[in-house]
Design a protein around this ligand. Structure first.
Ligand SMILES: C[S@@+](CC[C@H](N)C(=O)[O-])C[C@H]1O[C@@H](n2cnc3c(N)ncnc32)[C@H](O)[C@@H]1O
Length: 370
């Protein structure tokens, strides 16, 4: 794949595609197109690097290497060997292959992975390892085999600064998309009154400061044959940070969560823009200055009994917000419509449910409260 224009797939959770599309388009990527589970753009390796470095909402970035029709294994063997693997994979870097099949004559994903592995071993001579940081993906759908490289490596919500996490942290990628769905663009203050490890607050501060989400981590593409370390360093070194007087607030009734959030914000380099304090939701007050967004994901309980027990908490939250936060918008992420309704807040039509930690959660948003 010496070509400089190929399909680049930015993955997200189903339901989030239009929000990710908006972000990708806003960041100037070419021809973004919504597909199930993500957004496809066109470009070359600089766009692949940039997508990993810049895009907050994508879970990973795949670069398409080749696609061909294959209805039997001999065909897959022959065509997989024709791919210019040596232009992207290094003989000294271990790789692994993950395959999936749907609606195709080739339906055994293990056998497909094995054939692609053999082809790469034959062409490049790279060692195979299940634990390899370089992963080739083979997707056979309706008899078309698409071969891609996972250019991210570790999922992109791992921004590289978060050491401390609480029980149910929200992925940074997801938090950024919920923020965007609430119309947050970094130009207003924010409060998360159940901040846990500080995910919403830190993402918001980074957006306001125009910090690149991938600035503090490594990516799988650094191990590729065509990686140009000097060009990458230049791209990474472009200073995007802007100063702002806005502050991003988090509170939690748990002292451990507050300490964790503070430490995470410091490590992310936004400690000076964030304010964390220990408080129960019943004690929160709007921060001084302009009005902005209150966003949170309260506990939602997994069993029926837990859910009922949470109604008073949601009701109290709603009362506090309605009585003290006039002019602020609210975004609540929860798994239970019934709990959201218990707040008594005037919600706009809810967003689509999105998967989160084995369940589905929905964003309930309001316009500015009266
Ligand atoms: C689901 S977690 C939030 C996770 C967070 N968004 C993150 O990414 O780490 C819910 C948080 O609400 C806090 N909490 C529960 N009840 C509270 C209350 N009455 N007042 C303030 N915080 C509360 C818990 O301590 C917990 O940290």
């Amino acid at each position: 794949m010496a070509e400089s224009d190929f399909g680049i797939f930015l993955m997200t959770a189903p339901g989030f595609e239009p929000v990710l599309h908006e972000e990708v388009r806003g960041k100037g990527f070419k021809q973004p197109r919504i597909v199930p589970g993500g957004v496809v753009i066109r470009g070359g390796w600089p766009e692949v690097w940039r997508a990993n470095l810049w895009v907050r909402g994508a879970g990973r970035v795949l670069a398409r290497v080749d696609a061909f029709r294959a209805t039997h294994f001999a065909q897959l063997d022959a065509l997989a060997r024709k791919v210019d693997w040596a232009s992207v994979l290094r003989a000294d870097v271990p790789f692994s292959v993950e395959a999936s099949c749907a609606g195709s004559k080739l339906y055994h994903s293990g056998a497909v992975a094995e054939r692609v592995r053999k082809a790469i071993e034959a062409v490049v001579g790279a060692p195979y390892s299940e634990e390899a940081g370089v992963v080739v993906r083979a997707r056979v759908e309706k008899d078309v085999c698409t071969l891609s490289l996972d250019t991210s490596g570790e999922l992109l919500h791992k921004r590289g600064y978060k050491e401390a996490v609480n029980k149910a942290p929200m992925r940074e990628t997801m938090a950024s998309l919920f923020l965007r769905q609430c119309g947050f663009d970094g130009n207003e203050p924010l409060l998360d009154p159940m901040c846990g490890s500080g995910t919403f607050v830190i993402e918001a501060a980074e957006m306001a400061a125009r910090l690149n989400p991938g600035r503090a981590r490594h990516f799988a593409f650094e191990q590729f044959a065509n990686f140009d370390a000097e060009a990458w360093e230049k791209m990474r070194a472009v200073k995007s940070r802007r100063e702002t007087d806005l502050r991003f607030h988090g509170s939690d009734r748990d002292a451990g969560a507050v300490a964790m959030s503070q430490a995470n914000a410091e490590r992310a380099g936004v400690g000076g823009m964030t304010v964390f304090r220990q408080a129960a939701v019943s004690d929160i007050e709007p921060p001084e200055g302009p009005k902005g967004l209150v966003i949170l994901n309260p506990p939602y309980g997994t069993r029926i009994g837990d859910k009922k027990a949470l109604i008073p908490l949601y009701r109290a939250l709603g009362q506090v917000l309605k009585s003290r936060f006039s002019g602020w918008r609210v975004g609540i992420v929860t798994a239970e419509g019934m709990l959201a309704q218990a707040t008594g807040l005037p919600f706009l039509p809810p967003g689509p449910p999105v998967p989160h930690g084995g369940i589905r959660v929905t964003l309930y948003r309001t316009a500015a409260l009266g």
